[in-house]
Design a binder for this molecule. Structure first.
Ligand SMILES: [Zn+2]
Length: 226
């Protein structure tokens, strides 16, 4: 594991990438899921505490879970397959859900999908069948909101590096992130965020060593004051 950075010790106010009043500050342990609603106007900072930790993420309308993240509309609207500052996270109607307002990495994936027990078995052999995986995290955490397998769609992999070659081939390779790198998402509408802190140990997406992340939600202060 990479040496811990100050981001485990910093106050939430200091660790948040976008200044504001802190309304939530959570450590998501390695391999664990998390979910929560980010209210319109509030910002979610994700801190890759130890570096190269894939954060598989889905988005749903907080009041209407039939509205959900769409990689297709998000990619089509911005004309680029990679996500970074300025990228608007869109639902299947192409309506904005959240916007990446700051990014210390510069490149996040939304075509690699989420690992599952089934895909692990196919890719890495039957002995991986009982390893924990992102789809299981999504199902466990999603069940708290009435979400089931049919509600899972293509996700975003924050901090995961999936380069695409000129011939269209892609791979999951060593990450571009590093300890303490952060990303900030501002909610354009009340949005349910469903996260799997990826447990994968068979490819480089987590540096073969899943680690904890930190989530901080901030709300703007009056006249920008905090
Ligand atoms: Zn995963």
């Amino acid at each position: 594991m990479t040496t811990a950075t100050d981001f485990t010790q910093l106050s939430a106010t200091a660790a948040a990438l976008v200044p504001g009043i802190v309304v939530a500050d959570v450590i998501v342990t390695d391999r664990a899921p998390w979910s929560g609603v980010v209210a319109a106007g509030d910002t979610l900072t994700i801190v890759d505490l130890y570096g190269n930790q894939a954060v598989d993420t889905l988005f749903y309308g907080a009041a209407d879970h039939s509205l959900r993240y769409s990689a297709q509309t998000t990619i089509a609207a911005q004309g680029n397959i990679f996500l970074t500052t300025g990228s608007v996270i869109r639902d299947q109607e192409s309506q904005p859900m959240m916007t990446i307002v700051a990014d210390e990495v510069g490149n996040h994936d939304t075509i690699g999908g989420a690992c599952s027990q089934e895909s692990n078995t196919l890719r890495y052999g039957h002995h991986t069948k009982h390893q924990h995986a992102c789809v299981e995290n999504f199902l466990i955490e999603g069940s708290r909101h009435g979400l089931g397998k049919a509600d899972l769609v293509g996700n975003i992999n924050f901090f995961m590096n999936v380069p695409v070659d000129p011939d269209g081939s892609l791979g999951i390779v060593d990450g571009l992130s590093a300890p303490g790198k952060r990303l900030a998402l501002r909610a354009d509408t009340d949005t349910l965020v469903l996260i799997s802190n990826c447990p994968q140990i068979n490819n480089p997406c987590n540096g073969f060593d899943p680690t904890a992340i930190r989530l901080i939600i901030t709300t703007p202060g009056v006249d920008g004051q905090v």
